[in-house]
Design a protein. Structure first.
Length: 336
């Protein structure tokens, strides 16, 4: 009687253990998996590029992260142009940089913006795709219009700006830096469309960079912040797929998300500094993250996320979490 051989793949078992280990390590660095290396932006750059007189165009530059980015470049003498949908005049001045009108959802508006910048400065050295909007609510309640609202700004707007600016960007020191989110790494329940739009940016950034790798044009970089305390969850730029919902998790999300930003978010200036350092690098990587403290609270499972984000812990637990986050933040800084 023939004996059937049962093959037990030690390699497969080892691979599974290795994957689990990498995912565990990834949890500490704000990633659910190590599909592509991602690292923290260095605080000190060796032989940095001189950014004085560089022409820097930043979408969403009137407040929050965009404002911090504009101020960071303006401080070293770069020629900074921020954009906003809410600019009343054609050109205004804000904290040492220009602010012009732009709606990234509109082709004509994008083309006018690029033409305006190129006519004045002759080129674009650094494009920072920062404009974005958020979302609350369950997927089952989301309409196609809700999806389009998020993607028109968070993905299609990025593509519009990049395609329009690309012909005016030449040389190894030009950059297209896109602001993503660590939500794109793991997903965020009840903000799923937002997370999916940020996930899509990863593929867009990596594939655009690959396809244009031999064109001697700008280098593409995706920066993925963790929690940033900008008041993002309270701004009008939020698509709410079920504003009158009685679902407890939807309501908790609206309450807890701004709370998490306030208590565990980094300052917008840290993102501004990270973007500045990326622009200063001669050979930046494809992706970076910023916000160690916030990334400690991004879990790898739905249960982890619901526990950490949607259930506000008792006060003594909150104190412990703050102290723990501070200790881990110090520990990471000592290892760099």
């Amino acid at each position: 009687m023939a004996t059937k051989k049962v093959h037990c793949s030690t390699q497969k078992i080892n691979d599974n253990r290795l994957t689990a280990l990498l995912n565990c390590l990834g949890n500490w660095f704000g990633r659910s998996s190590f599909t592509l290396p991602i690292g923290r932006v260095p605080e000190k750059i060796k032989n940095p590029i001189n950014l004085k007189d560089k022409v820097v165009l930043v979408t969403g530059g009137s407040r929050g992260i965009g404002k911090a980015i504009c101020e960071q470049f303006s401080a070293v003498g770069a020629r900074v142009i921020g954009t906003s949908r809410f600019v009343q005049k054609e050109i205004t001045q804000q904290n040492g940089y220009e602010l012009i009108s732009l709606d990234v959802r509109n082709d004509d508006s994008v083309n006018r913006c690029i033409e305006q910048v190129v006519n004045k400065y002759g080129r674009i050295d650094i494009l920072v795709n920062n404009a974005g909007i958020g979302q609350y609510g369950r997927l089952i309640k989301a309409t196609i219009d809700d999806w389009l609202a998020l993607f028109q700004t968070n993905l299609f707007g990025v593509h519009r700006m990049t395609v329009a600016a690309y012909p005016h960007m030449h040389g190894a020191e030009t950059r297209i830096i896109t602001i993503g989110s660590l939500d794109g790494e793991i997903g965020y329940p009840y903000q799923a469309i937002y997370s999916i739009s940020k996930r899509a940016l990863q593929q867009w950034n990596d594939l655009f960079a690959f396809e244009q790798r031999k064109e001697h044009g700008p280098q593409f970089v995706l920066l993925e912040p963790a929690f940033v305390n900008t008041g993002f969850g309270k701004t009008p730029d939020i698509v709410n797929t079920e504003p009158d919902s009685s679902d407890i998790y939807v309501r908790l999300n609206e309450l807890s998300f701004p709370w998490m930003l306030q208590n565990y978010g980094i300052a917008p200036s840290e993102v501004g500094e990270a973007v500045f350092n990326i622009a200063s690098m001669k050979k930046p990587a494809l992706r970076y993250f910023v916000g160690v403290k916030g990334s400690l609270f991004l879990g790898t499972s739905l249960e982890d996320i619901l526990t950490m984000v949607y259930t506000k812990p008792p006060r003594d637990v909150q104190v412990f979490m703050r102290r723990f986050a501070k200790l881990m933040y110090i520990r990471f800084r000592m290892q760099l």
